[in-house]
Design a protein around this ligand. Structure first.
Ligand SMILES: [Mg+2]
Length: 169
């Protein structure tokens, strides 16, 4: 099962990455959206990209989506490990993978059923000659909207590479 996901996150000046929100979209249509209830916005400079582009679209710490980082990791684990032969896919996915992995501690603590690598739609696009990717009609930098777009982009590249009715990597 392919899982398309995206984190919004804050880079703490080279001292780690803090998740703000995460969206997952499974190939079978299931979706998951969660926010880090304890993200400390006071550490984010007022002129930071996140203030204008991420904060306005969050549901907020009082919403049903707001969970601790531990709950975030456990919920993602339950969401993904319902299926086998799982793949994780992101777009410019390296930071997303580290943000995901660190929900569980060290790299070796990644739960069974969660891949140790996130495959990158950007790399697929480069391999295929960097064709124009689909436009994103939902708001950008909302983690679930971005995860949905990741699936659209993967679907597009798959058809670009293989034609209709054939499933790629
Ligand atoms: Mg995003």
């Amino acid at each position: 099962m392919r899982y398309f996901y995206d984190f919004e996150f804050f880079e703490r000046g080279g001292m780690g990455i803090e998740p703000i929100s995460v969206g997952f979209v499974a190939e079978d249509g299931r979706e998951l959206y969660l926010e880090n209830a304890y993200f400390d916005w006071s550490v984010v400079p007022q002129d930071h990209f996140l203030i204008d582009n991420v904060l306005p679209y969050l549901e907020g710490a009082d919403s049903v989506y707001a969970v601790s980082k531990f709950e975030m990791g456990e919920t993602i684990k339950e969401f993904v490990t319902q299926t086998e032969n799982n793949q994780l896919w992101g777009y410019y996915a390296d930071y997303d993978h580290v943000t995901l992995a660190q929900l569980y501690g060290r790299m070796v603590n990644m739960p069974d059923g969660l891949p140790w690598v996130t495959l990158d739609i950007k790399q697929e696009a480069i391999r295929l000659g960097s064709p124009d990717l689909p436009l994103q009609y939902e708001v950008e930098h909302h983690a679930l909207a971005d995860a949905r777009w990741n699936k659209q982009a993967w679907d597009y590249l798959n058809v670009f590479d293989h034609g209709w009715g054939v499933t790629g990597p």
